[in-house]
Ligand binder design. Sequence first.
Ligand SMILES: [Cu+2]
Length: 158
Amino acid sequence: MQVDRYERLWMWAATAMLAVFIGAIVVTAVAGSNHPPSHTEVVNPDTLGVRGEFATPGVTVHPDGSRTVAIRAEFYVFRPERVHVPAGVPVTFRVTSPDVLHGFQIVGTNVNLTVAPGYVSQATVTFETPGEYLIVCNEYCGLGHHLMQGSVIVGAPR
Ligand SMILES: [Cu+2]
């Protein structure tokens, strides 16, 4: 088969570009810890407020100093709205919704979750710098979506 010289050149150029793009995805996934969430855990959205960790959402302190934070994302608030954790310890956020799809993004961190009713979304982060971190809903969830925010207050390391 006769392939024109420039045709061959462009095929190699296209192949090289594909290799660069796939390489960029692999590098950011490995070096930047940019993984899609793989945690699948179901929960009954009808009984969230009645029983289980999401009935009394908040911070749980573990013996090793790490924290687990249960949060309910619902029309148009995060419960609890303010979370207090120390810097320098792993904090695992477990978030679910009793109503519609919400987002859960902690600005300035790698935490960015889609919160679907019936599922628990989970992410772990260690805050290195004390301060106030904004939590925003980044999935349009209704008329009060723009009001839906919370904060993580990170205290001095322990
Ligand atoms: Cu929203």
